[in-house]
Write a protein that binds this ligand. Sequence first.
Ligand code: NAP
Length: 491
Amino acid sequence: MSGARTAEMVIGGVDKGLMFGGKVLEAAGGSTFGVENPATGEVLCEVADATPADAMAALDAAVAAQRSWAATPPRERAEILRRTYELLMARIDEIALLITLEMGKSLAESRSEVIYSAEFFRWFGEEAVRINGSWKINEAGTGRILVTHQPVGTALLITPWNVPLAMPARKVAAAAAAGCTMIVKPAPQTPLTMLMLASLLAEAGLPPGVLNVIPTTSASAATRPLMEDRRLRKISFTGSTEVGRILLRQAAQNVMRTSMELGGNAPFIVCADADLDAAVEGAMVAKMRNIGEACIAANRFYVHAGVAEEFTERLTARMSRLRVGNGTDPGTDVGPLIDAAQRDKVAMLVGDAVDRGARIRTGGAVPGGAGYFYPPTVLRDVARDSRIVKEEIFGPVAAVQTFTTDDEAIHAANDTEFGLVGYLFTRDIERAIRLSERLESGMVGLNRGYISDPSAPFGGIKQSGTGREGGDTGIDEYLDTKYIAVNVAGP
Ligand code: NAP
């Protein structure tokens, strides 16, 4: 393709330093870490490795910029976000390639991620100019109640590796729209995409100090002093429930505002009356999007006994046709998992399920060679006490169980500490509403496997987290409500 940028050009074009106060800097002491391509195991490049002192310098920069950014007219903030949307879309091929190189998914999936992420900048740009308040006469008629919303202040945003552009985009766009300054700590496996996003925001006009990026291999040591500093007013975290708990405990010290997007264990229920074509299509999306490395990935399939064999057969046929390979190769459907630890965990969960009686319908064996590949796998007759039923798989494995009554399906679906999303396939409208309401999750995919939408409130209940990203309420995570009592004697 003429004019196409090569991997070397794309990697070469990314600033690989720490970014704060509008500058690209080396880490204190000059240390760096390597970013690996999970399809080959090769190191793509070195990135500055922030120390706790660097993190504090980033906090200083963010705090220094807070007042003027909060005072920046909403229309100006909105225009910067809108320009960021345009820059992301204009450079979609190059950014998609960068995502694929450091995270592994296919180029087609990376392009979808860029579009999804760009939409958050457009959406929150539109929200920035619609931060409302209210004004009313108090009950006794002796005064007026003025309610306004103000930016929370400086926020720490910590993100995982699985969706390296969209996870920070959901936070950065909302925080910037609200008037908050921020420090972003990306995952060490995928810092390059975040660094590229930061330079696009600067190009779009984001003032120095509003966004500061600290890639680091010492997450806990680097962020702890920030969490202990009273100038930090907000933590927004996307990652595992285990780390979320640690951060919630730290946030309690200064009673900090928190948003937690944590782990999931999504049930996927197929009722006897479901449209099986739609259910299989939905299963492919809910299971295989992002190579199964998604918090909203279908983790447990509950299929009515009357249709279980047909569903499994059709799903197996579709899964076994997927092409596994390097995400940069045209024609690849399924890229590698992020690293050896993740691949070994998936293999262990499949092994445990098989030991407890599950039958492998396709896949199930780690291939040889370089990279961290695992094949699309379907398991049938999975025992309820298998680890794969209780733990997040984060890989391309569909674990199928059966049920006979709605009560049994709902009871099994809700039998988890997680509550992010549930998927439900039925043609009966009453059953659809009844079961959707009974599912203990923040989101339900009703007769569809794709639920991500910048204009919808994304988030979980139970131990899947608190707060929502996107939608009408997404900006509220970065706003404080202030009530001003006004004394007005008489009518
Ligand atoms: P993770 O181990 O919790 O790490 C997430 C981020 O937190 C990384 O940047 C990590 O850096 C950092 N971190 C780890 N320990 C920390 C500490 N003590 N203090 C400060 N930061 C710390 O999760 P992951 O394995 O990267 O991502 C997978 C998890 O994310 C899954 O559970 C998935 O369900 C969840 N997730 C949830 C959503 C959602 O919206 N609900 C979306 C995507 C992913 P290091 O890697 O350097 O430790």
